[in-house]
Design a protein around this ligand. Sequence first.
Ligand SMILES: Cc1ncc(COP(=O)(O)O)c(C=O)c1O
Length: 309
Amino acid sequence: MELDCEGDEASAWRFGAASPVLTAARSQSIRAMVYRVYDCLDRGDARPVAPLGHGDPAAFACFRTAPPATDAVAAAASSGVLNSYAPAAGLAEACSAVAALLSRELPYEVSPRDVVLTAGCNHAVEIMMTVLAAPGANVLLPRPGYPLYASRAALSGLEFRHFDLLPDKEWEVDLAGVAALADDNTVAMVIVSPNNPCGCVYSRHHLAQIAQTARKLGIMVISDEVYDHFAFGSKPFVPMGVFGEIAPVVTLGGISKRWMVPGWRLGWIAATDPNGILRKKKVMDSIIDYRGISVDPVTFVQVSTLSSC
Ligand SMILES: Cc1ncc(COP(=O)(O)O)c(C=O)c1O
């Protein structure tokens, strides 16, 4: 075929970027909206721009990670022995470090075999919203929430339904609403704890109620704890995994916020599930399979978590 490139040159080509799936996913994304607003800025205007919707402490000079962490990354990068690909789940010593970190606050030991390293917590969200996308399945997401969950679910063809967080009850989960939304095809509910965007820290009692609700419904709890220990009031942070005996919990985390290095791109998925249900149901196998065909966290950053943890 001879393309007629005279006149409207672009229209002669068959391809385009009009993926309806991507459009649906993007419509859920606050980041896409923020970038659209930034694009409207007058670059010639010298006034400072407040980075709204920008959860990046490293953008501010007053927030710097601890020198031992930067020293560890520099040493790991210059060692010459960490320039290779890492195994799909992550380097064994890094998985062990994360397992030990999580185990400190749980009534049981997390096995390194139950930890999968990811390229940041967002990657962990992507993986979970992909591996759960069996035909017909649905997942319950908090509203207000972190919009990436809905974007990623939309991209994977995973149906999502929103349950409310209750402003009059310190943004606790509307558990009756969760039960009303769920059906036989519901596979998981997501909580963000401590919460973005509401900033609340859930009490031990409320987390136990969430676990009981998940148990009744036969679903897992995905607990996004990327803000673990960002608890400044009287309520301490309690990991959802404490209640992993009641219902299987998948804990998502990362070093972005706590270590103030979002650009280092290291996160994790951990089965905080002492009954081993996620393993029996092959969820961990699917997670590792998906990791094997997606991006890898940088090898020398994986190792430096050992000294940061
Ligand atoms: C709830 C939540 N999960 C995950 C992330 C992303 O974490 P990471 O930078 O490790 O990908 C964010 C970042 O703002 C977040 O607010």
